[in-house]
Design a protein around this ligand. Structure first.
Ligand code: FAD
Length: 450
């Protein structure tokens, strides 16, 4: 008989995994710390919208949710740059009009939960896992009234987010390496409403960025005509959240750095003082599983900073990989979890590094004319040499090439692009350099990561 599976956390990744497992005939029970977001008036969690890209869509295909979510998703074909002098520019993401998609986190989570229940998954809300006795697979919960509960899991999956109780319980064990780093920057969500006639106040099909070297503002479109903006700013220092304690200071800050945005934000001051300032964390842990008894997935395994828009996408790819390992190994969970760990841990580490590197790119480099020139050349190379060159951004966002391969290509791509931009380049020389680049990276694994 197929094993029964307990999942901690009915967030995006836990809910999706529960649907996939249920479709494969497993009996699945989920335990979620919060009340049911479909009936309670609580926010769906961190960030109102998310950028979904190829890896996320692939996993939604497995759940059969893609068409429904596509109807609610807004394609963003590129970055719309807002410069300090008030000028703006559009940078396409892909060479063939590819897009990443703005989706509502809350809607997606609610749809996944409802689908999970339709598939027979039982969800217990307001059950906070306090800790797990990993060797015995004994899971302990606390309810809002203080009542304590425990259960013995047959197979346990921890999808309980960046501060996972299962992850903390692993971290207490011998020969487990676990670390976490907070970013010096925090973030705050703000919003831009539609015009009186319902139309949007900025270009709809783009991710808007106001890059300002050590900090930035971004905005993603929502289907109701609003934009959700996120300000990323250091917690401390000369230009920081610590300085923005009065209405006058916030107004001056926005007038100075984001003059074209402030006029679009009538509720800026209310939003700024009502909304929390949240922190950003990167975590690593090794291993990601314990025998055939339990494993981590999603942010519980790899919490990353949001600058590549890949946290959920990477978590959904964990689900795709687990699904294909189940196809390959049937009910042999010792092998499934071993292979899952071997395949995914290096990719979890790689996407964490990619996300940190992309922060510098977004807040600083995107406004630099030589960066714009580089992006143009990357696209030309991609079109002219499609079998030899794919930019790192395209690998991460529009393909299923493993994250660690994308990370492994960075240095070779930097060298290639620098040569093209700095040296006297002819078509012949470029062809030769592209060949050299290709032979450097071709020993990496370009196969679909799942
Ligand atoms: C500002 C910001 C912007 C982002 N933008 C993007 C983006 O554009 N694209 C993208 O792909 N990713 C993005 N991310 C990352 C994305 O939000 C996460 O990677 C994703 O939510 C991870 O899903 P998860 O299910 O693993 O964890 P979570 O979404 O955190 O879900 C975990 C669930 O477990 C529950 N839980 C927690 N602890 C317990 C416990 N002890 N017991 C029981 N239940 C528990 C929580 O209530 C929650 O429901 C962004 C993140 C941030 C902070």
């Amino acid at each position: 008989m197929a094993r029964s599976i307990t999942i901690l956390g009915a967030g995006l990744v836990g809910s999706l995994m529960s649907v996939i497992l249920s479709k494969k005939g497993y009996r699945v029970t989920m335990y979620e710390r919060r009340p049911d977001m479909r009936s309670a008036t609580i926010s769906a969690g961190r960030s109102i919208n998310l950028a979904m890209s190829a890896r996320g869509w692939k996993a939604l295909d497995l759940a059969g949710l893609r068409p429904e979510m596509e109807a609610l998703a807004i394609p963003m074909y590129g970055r719309y740059l807002h410069q300090p002098d008030g000028t703006s520019a559009f940078q396409p993401y892909g060479k063939n009009n590819e897009a990443i998609f703005s989706v509502s986190r809350g809607e997606l989570n609610k749809k996944l939960m409802t689908l999970a229940e339709k598939e027979g998954v039982k969800i217990h809300f307001e059950h906070r896992c306090t800790h797990v006795q990993v060797v015995k697979n004994e899971v302990h919960f606390e309810l809002p009234n203080g009542e304590k509960k425990e259960l013995n899991a047959d197979l346990l999956l921890g999808a309980d987010g960046a501060f996972s109780a299962l992850r903390s319980s692993y971290a207490m064990m011998e020969r487990v390496d676990a670390d976490q780093q907070y970013l010096a920057h925090g973030y705050k969500e703000l919003s831009i409403p539609p015009n009186a006639d319902g139309s949007m106040r900025m270009e709809r099909n783009a991710l808007h960025i106001w890059p300002r070297k050590n900090f930035m503002l971004i905005a993603l479109p929502n289907t109701d005509g609003t934009f959700t903006c996120t300000l990323f700013l250091p917690f401390e220092g000369e230009t920081s959240f610590a300085q923005l304690t009065t209405k006058a200071a916030v107004t001056t800050f926005f007038e100075t750095h984001f003059p074209d945005a402030i006029s679009l934000m009538p509720t800026l001051l209310e939003d700024f003082f009502q909304n929390p300032t949240s922190s950003l964390i990167t975590t690593h842990i090794k291993p990601w599983h314990f025998q055939d008894k339990s494993a981590l997935l999603g942010d519980a395994a790899h919490a990353i900073v949001p600058f590549y828009g890949q946290g959920m996408n990477a978590g959904f790819e964990d689900c795709t990989v687990l699904s294909s390992l189940m196809e390959k190994h049937g009910d042999d969970w010792t092998t499934i979890l071993n292979e899952y760990d071997q395949k995914r841990k290096p990719n979890g580490d790689a996407v964490a590094s990619l996300a940190l590197l992309n922060f510098v790119e977004m807040r600083d480099k995107v406004a630099d004319p030589s960066f714009l020139e580089r992006k143009k050349i990357e696209k030309e190379l991609g079109k002219k040499y499609p079998d030899q060159f794919i930019s790192v951004y395209e690998m991460v966002s529009f393909s299923h090439i493993p994250y660690r391969t994308a990370l492994g290509c960075i240095r070779a791509q930097d060298e290639l692009l620098e040569k093209i931009m700095k040296e006297e380049s002819t078509d012949e020389k470029i062809a030769q350099w592209v060949n050299q680049y290709h032979s450097t990276v071709q020993q990496l694994d370009f196969e679909d990561g799942n």
